[in-house]
Design a protein around this ligand. Structure first.
Ligand code: COA
Length: 166
């Protein structure tokens, strides 16, 4: 999972302070330390960081949820890979890091049995929307007032079928 100057690898507990710093710097949706630890412990393969010389440049954390049928899954108790949070430091954007985190994260969630991937994104978050669309995600519906400040979210989804686990 190496690239010219950074690697994508599963996060370790020691990375979480850097992950939390990126989360707080780049997103209005922040979580307590215990939430990061819980996701790391439950889904260690799909909690990823992009790292260069010990510095975390970006992260992606996910969870597998059993839920109602989705767009691409017609049965009850379908396994959905929920992208909980992804962010890249501003000075390292547009280098393909976000996309690589997404691809490796989807592979890992598929290994956990995900049949479909889902996420919520602010309807004005154009960079993220563009990235998700470039990865085959489609808008399922708008969730009015989803965020604490009243902004709406798009619920987006993508099937897991064509993601290759290497
Ligand atoms: N404007 C338009 N399209 C953009 C874009 C921008 N500012 N940023 C990314 N994209 C699209 C492009 O299609 C891009 O491919 P290209 O560079 O070949 O044109 C594709 O997404 C992948 O870009 P990539 O370089 O892999 O993304 P990134 O490393 O810059 O990370 C985010 C993308 C969304 C993770 C990053 O902008 C970020 O951290 N934003 C703040 C946190 C956030 O909003 N997270 C998502 C919450 S739902």
């Amino acid at each position: 999972m190496a690239n010219e100057d950074y690697i994508i690898r599963p996060a370790e507990i020691e990375d979480l302070h850097q992950v939390m710093r990126i989360n707080q710097k780049t997103l209005p949706e922040n979580y307590p330390y215990s939430f990061f630890v819980e996701l790391l412990k439950k889904f260690p393969k799909s909690f990823l960081v992009a790292e260069k010389n010990g510095e975390v440049l970006g992260y992606m954390m996910n969870r597998i949820e059993k839920g109602l049928p989705g767009v691409f899954t017609s049965h009850f108790r379908a396994n959905k890979g929920h992208i909980v949070s992804i962010a890249v430091l501003p000075e390292h954007r547009r280098k393909g890091i976000g996309k690589r985190l997404m691809i490796e994260g989807m592979k890992a969630m598929k290994e956990y049995g995900a049949e479909e991937f889902v996420l919520e994104v602010r309807i004005t978050n154009e960079p993220a929307l563009a990235m998700y669309k470039s990865l085959g995600f489609e808008v399922v519906r708008e969730i009015k007032g989803y965020y604490h400040d009243g902004e709406s979210a798009y619920l987006m989804s993508r099937k897991a079928e064509d993601i290759q686990i290497s």
